[in-house]
Design a protein. Structure first.
Length: 152
């Protein structure tokens, strides 16, 4: 009779207290490949797969070293604006607020300035941050802000 390994259990501690949550940016780019919204990562193997295979390293042939995260006390949030039709879009997390039942991630999406001309290149603005560990559901609130001028 074959031996079946027991299922892996990963317990997430709730370390967030209600209120404003400090965060640290691990990665910021307009050429990620994540769907719009917030993706929560609470396990090292998921973080490694995300970093190396799914989103970040497929933008070039080289990839920087995986940022180290202590998943015993930290959670990674992938905040993404989704598909955009040109360069010039940038997402910026401005606040993270923990409530009793969820976490609100507030961000601004800077859009290309008026009369800016860009080559039609699909982009996926992304910011990867880390916060104290949580398994609460995430809500993303994006405010669009036009760039005051073209960046070129």
């Amino acid at each position: 009779m074959p031996v079946v390994p027991p299922p892996t259990v990963h317990t997430v501690k709730q370390l967030l207290l209600p209120g404003t949550v400090p965060f640290q940016t691990l990665f910021w780019n307009e050429f990620g490949h994540a769907n719009a919204g917030v993706t929560t990562i609470n396990r090292a193997e998921v973080w490694s797969a995300f970093w190396h295979n799914e989103t970040l390293c497929n933008i070039s042939n080289t990839c920087s070293n995986l940022p180290q995260v202590d998943f015993d006390s930290r959670t990674v949030l992938v905040v993404a604006a989704g598909l955009q039709g040109s360069p010039g879009y940038h997402i910026n997390v401005t606040r993270v607020i923990a409530g009793p039942a969820d976490v609100l991630v507030q961000a601004t999406l800077t859009t290309p300035g008026p009369n800016c001309l860009w080559v039609a290149v699909i982009t996926f603005p992304i910011q990867v941050i880390e916060i104290l560990q949580t398994n609460l559901p995430m809500i993303l609130e994006i405010t669009e802000v036009p760039a005051p001028a073209c960046s070129y």
